[in-house]
Design a protein around this ligand. Structure first.
Ligand code: BDR
Ligand code: CA
Length: 326
């Protein structure tokens, strides 16, 4: 079972992003939904190079009317591999190359701290205040891996991790691997290992549900026609994806993981052992989800021996989450 949000007050959350068209959808939701208290956003190289991710993130938070949320620059590249931006998916600027009128450039400077330091400070401040944050990585988990290994004490301020990444079935960056895990497999492996060691519950919002939560192009057109700048940006983000992939609707993507924090009952999960494939000719970055429904092969690889048991999202009430986002 997925833990439910704390009974009183909005749930404090921190997002780790590579903004990113669908990260922007997630930021808008986290910044504006009254059930969430967005404490900080950390940026990492992924869909775009990290300085562009910072610029995009600041712009989106400006549009959302949240200049109060600290934004920190994090890792410029994965732990081992070079960065491999996804311009073919997210546009040259990582944010759909939208018009300045919809996505104004931000004047704001990022927080002077590195993402790892901001994560530590925000988590420890929460712990001091007797609170627990939900950490929502929506990008390659380089920052999160570095933070958990450098400052394991920050786990005291974490209630759980809900990450977008991985897949029980098939990948997208490759046949086997989902982009965020594929971009930094070592980081994902470290995060699962550290979460197991530190006792942090983890939910994996992966490709088995990611593409299911969709908004139509006609709804996007309606949003673009409104005066509210948040609605206009949200509509433009969906519209960009519809155009890019020549489809009549588009996923809200990473925003679904934020929906899962607000409304965990909309997600079906199963607690399963998950490992990250770090080698393999064609499978590097795959999340190997052990779905064997018997005890496993006790001599070769017993079911349940992976370092982390993860609540893997295997089904989503797509309409419910799309409505929530809208
Ligand atoms: C993930 O990869 C990125 O392109 C998206 O922002 C999302 O986080 C989907 O595989
Ligand atoms: Ca992302």
């Amino acid at each position: 079972a997925v833990p439910t949000p704390a009974p009183t007050g909005p749930t404090p959350v921190v997002l780790d992003v590579d903004t990113g068209v669908d990260d922007a959808c997630a930021l808008l939701l986290a910044a504006r939904h009254p059930a969430l208290d967005l404490r900080a956003v950390t940026c990492v190289a992924g869909n775009a190079e990290v300085d562009q991710v910072v610029r995009n993130t600041l712009s989106v938070l400006d549009v959302a009317g949240r200049p109060d949320v600290p934004v920190a620059r994090g890792a410029t590249r994965p732990l081992l591999e070079p960065a491999r931006p996804a311009r073919h998916v997210h546009g040259e600027d990582g944010l759909g190359d939208l018009d300045d009128a919809v996505r104004p450039r931000s004047e704001r400077r990022p927080d002077p701290r590195h993402a790892v330091e901001l994560l530590r400070d925000v988590a420890l401040a929460a712990a001091e205040a007797g609170e627990e944050l939900t950490l929502v990585p929506l990008a390659p988990m380089t920052n999160v891996a570095l933070a958990l290994r450098t400052y394991p004490e920050l786990a005291r301020g974490l209630r759980r991790i809900v990450f977008m990444g991985g897949a029980a079935r098939h990948g997208n960056a490759t046949a086997a691997a989902e982009f965020n895990v594929w971009h930094d497999p070592e980081a994902a492996a470290v995060v699962l290992d550290a979460a197991g060691e530190l006792g942090i519950p983890v939910t994996m919002y992966g490709l088995d549900v990611f593409y299911d939560v969709r908004v139509t192009r006609s709804t996007a057109t309606d949003l673009i026609g409104r005066t509210d700048p948040v609605a206009r940006l949200a509509g433009a983000l969906i519209d960009f994806q519809c155009r890019r992939f020549a489809e009549d609707d588009a996923t809200i993507g990473d925003a679904g993981a934020v929906c899962a924090v607000i409304d965990p009952d909309g997600l079906s999960t199963q607690r399963l052992p998950v490992r990250v494939e770090l080698s393999g000719s064609w499978t590097r970055g795959q999340t190997v989800v052990d779905r064997r429904d018997w005890g496993g092969d006790q001599d070769h690889d017993a079911h349940g021996l992976a370092p982390a048991l993860i609540d893997v999202a295997l089904g989503v009430q797509a309409e419910r989450y799309a409505r929530l986002w809208l």
